[in-house]
Design a protein around this ligand. Structure first.
Ligand code: CA
Length: 712
């Protein structure tokens, strides 16, 4: 009842609001039940709330709030902190309406918190089978919920879309959006457009066919689906994508190739934006499955719609246009990265543009009505291509980049020049703020007949050979990793300013009308910069990697800045302890909220303490150890770290008790002893003998890295 009344009031306020009114003209913000298309389209009139993932359908992540400025940002302090109940990566952007914050943690758990105090109102745990963690390429993260007419929507890591009552957290409806026998995962936030909940999926490292689906927000009934890779027989699916595949897209794939069994990829696991005037939905799509095109589509081809921005009609899923950033993708260069819509004056014309800084290192500006490429320029070092031909729209590839005969040391690597961390655009400065990075990778084509990876399936060899690198060599590798905040001028096509960081993988960005940009870091800090100059205005220790997209909201005249933090996400997980300055401890994720004059305090940071004693004495012949390393690199490394050095997100196997005996190790790896903690059983991929070789390698590495015994 209460919600209904407030909803009506909000509706009346919105109805009387002239959409052309100046941005300073505020109206009463809607309650949760009043959040609909009109409310999101008019979001600039209600800057005190944050109604959708990127705040507006244009996904600019620009807050019109202006009471926190360069003059008082130094007085920001912690208003409240809320510990969530799971201890893995935090990537969620909160939604705030009606004094309530809706936020997700790892394992797709949803929380409703009092946005002023952090007090928990309800929690919804979808009860995901934790062994699904082995299918989550990039940690069991979740990037947030959508809100529409009193319901909260979350995609779960096991491929469900769940609608919850915003007031109580009770399930309103639930639907399975994937074939759960396949390694699909959902980490992205849903969006709601014209009464339809839009949700994609991930899993193209392991072998899936990507698509996006629209469901009726009220009932959960499927409205349409659009696939981004072909039907395995190139036959119609009864989907919105049938027509364009028959006409053009099928022909860009070999008739044979691993795509037919491995799904082809093109997963839409993060970016969406919507232009209500053009009535076009924009979706970013992912890499090929498997990565290596020579295996995926042997005769070549562009392989539509991998690594593309695809424009669709939101009512029907009908195809409008596409732009493919990386034709014939072979490096895991997804174009799922954040898409921002803005109106820019280019030359003497105002252009309606869509902008993206995908993994491949080029910043793209497209005409969003037609898909015409307006510019594409390197925002980070790139060596796989020398540029983009603006006439054809195609990259000018470096011939050796496709690693056909010889390995290629690529910049960027599969983690990209920019990953999921949201950008921001300030209409005041005209700049796009990009969390950018350099993480190189040597690509080696998987040899025919090689032992396949048990879960991951890329056609790229992760296995390394040779002796364990020295500590100096390992540190030199870390020095090659870099991070930057790039303030990119999309009209001048160059950076206006940059901030250098000692590590890659820094946080998403928020821009505000107070002339500030906020960004967290992998180093456990949260900072504010002058949006025009990049001058640092404020910095606070958060003690945890602070990587998600920050938001801003206002209650009772006070402006709040909120961000989530935790230990995990893809880079710390896969790059391991050697890539990080500090090794964290797998503690609970948290929400941190700041305001001017905030006086709350963070709890003490618990440092990672491991028992640095090898679980057993080394064993195995040189050949067995070499095989053990190859098998470890193919099957274990992406979670437990290169050289068995974990970042602490999951167990560091060197100091674990499981490898102590053949039987205890097999109980875990084959028997699924820790499945409920996220460690899957590798029953389909590894034999007992192979598992024992992996144990030999793990035990050898533990003995190599164990501290020397104290002198007697
Ligand atoms: Ca990928």
């Amino acid at each position: 009842m209460k919600h209904g009344l407030i909803g009506l009031a909000a509706f009346a306020a919105l109805a009387s609001c002239n959409p052309q009114a100046p941005e300073s003209t505020r109206v009463l913000a809607p309650s949760a039940i009043g959040v609909d298309g009109a409310a999101i389209i008019n979001a600039d009139a209600t800057p005190d709330v944050w109604l959708s993932h990127g705040r507006t359908y244009s996904e600019q992540r620009f807050s019109p709030l202006e009471s926190v400025t360069g003059a008082n940002v130094g007085e920001l302090g912690l208003a409240w902190m809320s510990e969530l109940d799971t201890a893995r990566g935090m990537e969620a952007t909160p939604i705030v309406v009606d004094g309530v914050m809706y936020v997700t943690s790892a394992w797709s758990v949803v929380y409703a918190l009092d946005a002023k105090t952090g007090e928990r109102k309800w929690k919804y745990d979808p009860g995901v089978d934790k062994s699904r963690g082995g299918m989550a390429c990039c940690d069991v993260v979740n990037r947030g919920v959508a809100l529409w007419k009193g319901k909260v929507y979350v995609g779960t890591i096991d491929g469900r879309l769940v609608a919850l009552d915003a007031a109580t957290g009770e399930v309103a409806w639930e639907t399975v959006t994937v074939d759960q026998s396949k390694p699909y995962t959902i980490t992205g936030a849903p969006r709601v457009v014209k009464g339809k909940v839009l949700i994609g999926n991930g899993g193209a490292e392991l072998g899936v066919r990507g698509y996006i689906t629209a469901y009726d927000a009220e009932t959960g009934e499927q409205a349409w689906r659009f696939y981004f890779a072909p039907n395995p027989d190139k036959q119609p699916d009864g989907a919105a994508s049938d027509k364009v595949f028959a006409e053009t897209a099928n022909a860009t794939w070999d008739d044979a190739g691993a795509w037919r069994t491995d799904g082809g990829g093109g997963t839409a696991w993060d970016a969406m934006a919507y232009d209500p005037d053009l009535d076009i939905l924009y979706v970013g799509t992912g890499n090929g499955s498997p990565w290596n095109r020579t295996i995926r589509s042997p005769s070549g081809g562009d392989n539509l719609f991998l690594s593309s921005i695809v424009a669709l009609k939101p009512d029907t899923g009908d195809y409008v246009w596409h732009y493919q950033t990386t034709p014939g993708e072979t490096w895991d260069y997804t174009a799922t990265q954040h898409i921002i819509l803005a109106d820019l004056t280019i030359g003497d014309q105002v252009r309606k543009v869509a902008m993206q800084a995908p993994k491949n290192g080029f910043f793209y500006v497209l005409d969003r009505a037609t898909g015409e490429l307006l510019s594409a320029d390197m925002f980070q070092p790139v060596n796989w291509a020398t540029g983009v031909d603006l006439t054809t729209g195609r990259p000018i590839e470096t011939p050796e980049a496709r690693f056909l005969e010889t390995p290629f040391a690529a910049v960027p690597g599969p983690l990209g020049s920019h990953n999921w961390h949201p950008m921001a655009f300030s209409p005041q400065t005209g700049l796009v703020y990009i969390p950018a990075q350099v993480i190189p990778q040597i690509y080696v084509a998987e040899q025919p007949g090689a032992t396949p990876q048990a879960l991951w399936n890329t056609g790229v060899e992760f296995a390394q050979a040779g002796p364990t690198p020295t500590l100096n060599e390992r540190q030199a590798l870390r020095a090659a990793l870099k991070g930057q905040l790039v303030a990119w001028d999309p009209v001048a096509k160059k950076p206006r300013w940059v901030v250098d960081y000692p590590t890659p993988w820094n946080g998403g960005v928020l821009a505000t009308a107070g002339g500030l940009v906020f960004q967290g870091g992998l180093d456990g800090r949260f900072r504010a910069y002058d949006a025009a100059t990049g001058e640092k205005r404020w910095e606070v220790e958060t003690k945890y990697p602070t990587l998600s997209g920050p938001i801003s909201y206002e209650i009772a005249g006070e402006q709040y800045i909120a961000v989530t933090a935790g230990w995990g996400t893809a880079f710390p997980l896969t790059a391991g302890g050697d890539a990080l300055e500090t090794v964290g401890s797998p503690e609970l994720g948290r929400v941190l909220v700041f305001k001017v004059g905030g006086t709350a305090e963070l709890p003490e940071f618990e440092t990672f303490e491991a028992d640095l004693i090898p679980p057993a004495a080394r064993f195995g012949t040189e050949d067995q150890l070499a095989l053990g390393r190859t098998l470890y690199d193919r099957n274990c490394m992406v979670c437990h770290g290169p050289l068995v050095v974990s970042s602490g997100v999951v167990q560091d196997l060197r100091w674990a008790q499981a490898p102590a005996t053949k039987a205890t190790f097999a109980e875990v790896v084959l028997g699924g002893k820790y499945a409920s903690a996220g460690m899957p059983a590798f029953t389909n991929g590894l034999t007992a003998d192979e598992v024992e070789m992996i144990r030999a390698y793990v035990v050898m590495r533990a003995n190599e890295d164990a501290p020397a015994p104290a002198p007697q």
